[in-house]
Design a protein around this ligand. Structure first.
Ligand code: PMP
Length: 360
């Protein structure tokens, strides 16, 4: 069967050349006589993979030297607990801007560990916007400000950052890391599950300013302590070795195509193809306010549940798959991560045009 255009929100499409390279190295990596999957995480060959993966990410994101990169497990979801455990000080409190399901989870976990101040929320309109920064009242004793930079489910994203003064910003970039050029030095922590723009599920990337790590209580369980992972260069226990190797291949692919600045141009082009069509369509409507539209997760609907369901079903027949919106949002969602080729989006727009003619 031919490969489809996979618009899944995650785990998501990977570059075909990466999958082919991995397939070619499946039985034997270099001259090792074994697959990366079968290799000790302490072997020199795997240590090289680990070091190269980190170096590639540092170069791609221009990560300053006073930041630590960690390859962890437990998904972005574990970070909703691990970050407050490590970064909350005696104040035991953090600020958050509530923009959807992923900040809801961060609030829920944070409240088990301390006090969470919800500075603003876009829940009143189904998270169709990012709240204005104008009236935000940052708490002077907040240990950090948590934001979700790109809202995977509802399809919004930040365009600028709030300015909480000396309070570090912790950003969940699970669904947008490496899609645009970010200035890492503006953040205290950036974290992301891999399964959208990085590689297969199983590895979580945490980029953390080193001075923040000093806050962690020494009595934290080892696996939950950023310092333990940093001291052991993410090899405190067996890391998700194959997911890390796949991430390395994706980073090489991104480097070879010109890096983040180049992919950002392509991402803007892909998103514009879809949004421009939606804006001119009489059938489809975008779900979120134009100003805050995500480059990665494009959400839209026809306004009719039946027609939306038919659209998703018919698209599937044309090898345009996983276009149903999240169950809490309804409608459609096209996730167009870095690895989604421009042709995939073009095919989707062509299909939408035909569907519109048939069902207007
Ligand atoms: N944050 C965001 C923005 C996400 O999109 C997701 C997963 N879709 C998560 C957190 C949770 O990630 P995980 O499943 O890796 O725990």
């Amino acid at each position: 069967m031919a490969r489809v255009y996979n618009f899944s929100a995650g785990p998501a499409v990977l570059p075909e050349s990466v999958l082919k390279k991995a397939a070619g190295e499946m039985l034997e990596y270099r001259d090792s006589g074994m697959s990366v999957m079968e290799m000790s995480h302490r072997s020199p060959l795997f240590m090289d993979i680990m070091n190269e993966t980190e170096e590639l990410l540092v170069r791609l994101m221009n990560i300053p030297a006073d930041y630590q990169v960690l390859f962890l497990q437990g998904g972005a979801s574990l970070q909703f607990a691990m970050i407050p455990m490590n970064i909350m000080t005696a104040n035991k409190t953090f600020d958050i801007i509530h923009t959807g399901a992923w900040t809801k989870n961060a609030i829920k976990e944070g409240e088990k560990l301390g006090k969470v101040n919800v500075l603003a929320s876009s829940e009143d309109r189904m998270y169709a916007y990012i709240p204005s920064f104008e009236n935000l009242k940052f708490n002077s004793n907040a240990d950090y400000l948590h934001i979700c930079y790109n809202n995977t489910i509802y399809g919004t994203k930040y365009n600028t950052l709030p300015d909480p003064g000396n309070t570090p910003i912790v950003a969940d970039m699970s669904s947008c890391i490496l899609s645009e050029d970010y200035d890492v030095s503006k953040y205290g922590i950036i974290f992301a599950g891999a399964q959208k723009n990085i590689g297969p599920a199983g590895v979580t990337i945490v980029i953390i300013k080193k001075d923040l790590m000093k806050r962690a209580d020494k009595n934290l369980p080892s696996m939950l302590n950023f310092n333990v992972h940093a001291e052991n260069r993410s090899l405190f226990n067996t890391p998700p070795t194959y997911a890390i190797y796949m991430s390395k291949l994706v980073f090489e692919w991104l480097r070879d195509m010109g890096g983040v600045k180049e992919i950002e141009k392509i991402n803007r082009h892909k998103a514009a193809l879809l949004y421009d069509y939606i804006d001119n369509s009489k059938l489809f409507k975008g779900n979120v306010d134009k100003e805050f539209r995500s480059l990665m997760n494009v959400t839209f609907s026809t306004g009719s549940k039946e027609l939306d369901a038919l659209f998703v079903k018919d698209a599937e027949k044309k090898s345009l798959t996983n276009l149903a919106g999240h169950k809490t949002a309804g409608g459609m969602r096209a996730s167009i991560y870095n690895a989604m080729p421009v042709e995939g989006v073009q095919h989707l727009v062509e299909f939408m045009k035909k569907f519109e003619v048939e069902h207007a």
